[in-house]
Each structure stands twice: as C-alpha cells, then as structure tokens.
Write a protein that binds this ligand. Sequence first.
Ligand code: ADP
Ligand code: ZN
Length: 436
Amino acid sequence: METCFHPRLELIAPEELAALQLKRLRASVRRAAASPHYRETFAALGLKPGSIKTLDDVKRLPFTTKADLRAGFPNGFLAVDRRQAVRLHASSGTTGAPTAVYHSQADLRSWTGLCARSLFMIGLRPEDVFQNMVGYGLFTGGLGLHYGAEALGALVIPAGVGNSRRQVALMRQFGSTALHMIPSYALKLQETFRDMGLDPRRHTSLRLAVLGAEPHSELTRRRVEEIYGLKAFNSYGLSELNGPGVAMECPRQEGMHLWEDAFLLEIVNPATLEPVAEGETGEVVLTTLVRQAMPLIRYRTRDLASILPGPCPCGRPHRRLSRIEGRSDDMFIIKGVNVFPMQVEAVLMAEPEVGGNYLIELTREGSEEVMTVRAEVAEQARRMDAGKMAGLRKRLCAALKAEILLTPRVELAAPDSLPSGPGKAQRVDDRRRGGE
Ligand code: ADP
Ligand code: ZN
C-alpha cells in the first residue's frame, strides 16, 4: 500500500501489535533496570524485571516524572555505557530546569523511522521540498523531522527558526512544498508575506504543513490552511520521548496516531493515577518500547488528551490521540475556576476579526483577581470603527464567559502589537504574586 512507509508495522493486526508490545515491554524493562534510577526504584519496590508477564503488568511499574529526570540529571537514566550514546538532546525548559536525553545509534535509526513514516503518512514524498522552520540544536523538533524527511527522500531545507523574510525567500527560490512550523509562528509569518507584497497562496508552491510543539485549536489549524492554501497536520512529541514522531495525524485529520509499536500508551487521571474510563481526558503516560540508551517507564508527560473511539478508516490500528487540550502545568486558577489557555484560544479563533496573537494577563486589584485577555485584531479589521470594536469585545466577553464560566476583561490591540518570538508562544502572564 503506497500510503504507508512501513506497512508491516503501520498496518499490523491488533493482536500481533499486542504481542509485539509485550515482547518489547519486557525487553525495555530489563534494559531500564541497568540505569541507576530504575535499578534503585525497582529494588525499592522489590520488582524483578522478569516478573512482567502481561501488558497489564505495566501497572505494577513505577511512574517516572519530570522531577525524577531532573533529579537524575545528567546520567541517572542512562542504561548503556556512555560510549554507546551518540546524541544528546535536552527539553526546551519551558517549565523549569532542562532534562538530558541520550540516544544510541539504534535509537536515532528508530526515531528517524518513526518520523519518516509520520511524514509519509501525511503525503510527503521524494519530490517534495521540506522547509524545516523549527529550532535545531538541543530542541528536538528540527533534527527529528529533518532526518525523517531525508530518510523518505524529500529535499530538506534546514531553515531553522526566525529570519522571516529569508524563510519566504527560501520558499520561493526552491519551491518549497511542505513546511514544519510552530502554529503561533505560522500565523505570524503571514505578516511578512504582507509586508513583502506577496500572497502565500499565489506566490508559493506549498501544499503541506506540519504543525507541532505547542497546543493549538482546530480553528487555528484551519486558519493556517486558509492563509497558505495547504493541508496542515498536527504533530505531537516531546524531547523526553525522542521529540516529534510520537504521534501524528493521518490524512483524515481526526486525531493523531500514536505509534504503539514504539510507545506503550496509558491515559491516567492525574490526581489518582488510575486509568481513566475509555474516551475520557487524562494525562498521557508513555513507556518507551524500543529505546536503548535511555528507556523511560510510564513517563508522565503532563499533557492532557483523550483517545478517540473506534478504528481509523485509514486502516492503521495505532490508537488516535485527541488534540492536546493543555498541559497540566499550563492550567491556571482564577477566582477558584480552572482555566486552560486553549479554551481561550478556541473562543478567540472563532471570531474572524481576531488576529493570531493573544496574551492572558492575570493581575490583582486590591483583593480581587483580574483576568485580562488581550487579543490582536486581524489585519483586515485594523480600521474597525469604535462601534464595531465595542460589539466584538462584547461578543468575546460573552463567549468566554460561556466557555470558562467567568467574565474576563477583553482588550483589543492593533495587529502585530503584542509581544511574540519565533519560539513557543507564552500565552499567560501571571502577575498576581507580589500583590499578595
Ligand atoms: P518543554 O517541555 O520544555 O516545552 P519540549 O520541547 O520537549 O519541551 O516540548 C514538548 C511539549 O510540547 C509536549 O509535552 C507538549 O506539551 C507540547 N507539544 C508538543 N507537540 C504538541 C502538539 N502537537 N500539540 C500540543 N502540544 C504539543
Ligand atoms: Zn488514520
């Protein structure tokens, strides 16, 4: 079947997949036991790697948290001789101190394979020109899909982040057909096209985009597709588990296939750590099944998602993850209400007159907590009159109230006026401390 890069593993029968997972889980637990961290934790629990007999036995294994990775920094999780490790990556440190991840040559081969099959699945082919507009270096987004795209034979432009005019020039000079970018940057880059007097739909050959590394709503995806005249696919990964190539949407664009031959998937209630009921949202927990240098057991990603019901019409048995609804550490509490930035984004993006960039500010006025949503208006709404502006603000307030159950202040800003950078967007500015 031409739609699969690795048909044997992508179209594996469910019972065969389960057998493969069990075999790989047992090997992975044995390998993990060679690392200082798991040697100690297994010993403390009296757990013998050989006692894992069924897939359900994974529940007897300890969870691994980001705090464990930090405590084990830099070598506590290394399960092979350091000389066998050939690559070091580190998480971008969005939420604190970085963590180190080692890869052996075999690890890089299997990661590359996962990225290649993900890209092939969305339609990338050897004739494509893949402009990779995310960070190279310790951040895994760049190198991960770079090697994947090369492995399937596409021409790769390792453009990296920023330098927007150059990005546009590269797209035109080399006829880029596919882009990899962070969604907030994808929305931002349209301004550069505008400044250069160009229309991305007419003046490029783009047909595919991979959007990853940060949460974004369905409406943001549609905006990106509309702006560039292409199909955009959601791509999920995290550096602790390689990086990109953990889960990717197929052409149906309904959930991301999580590659279950490489990762054992659980969704747990973050408070009780018990499995959630089928289809319910919870924390994604992943166990590496093929990694050698640094196996991770039941890694708590802190990302919240659910599993979509039923099989995918594309035929891949790998279960589909919903959009990441937020990360448990993204959530903020205001006036006793739990809010995820993604809920705010979904409301904003439903209004065509709202632009791509927004910021949520949390402040304190006396004893009162105040939430202010500052949103840029879209370029075409730049000259909106005061009456229309007031109407838009009123609509947004009402829609936000319906979504998050409290009424924030809404301030509309001129296009391109809020802070933004080429990396992951910071959506929440919490300035409530100090006022306490
Ligand atoms: P950091 O945790 O420092 O940001 P990474 O660069 O490894 O480190 O980022 C991984 C995180 O990025 C994931 O845990 C997840 O929260 C987020 N992420 C990655 N891809 C997506 C996606 N497609 N949708 C939503 N969030 C994503
Ligand atoms: Zn599918």
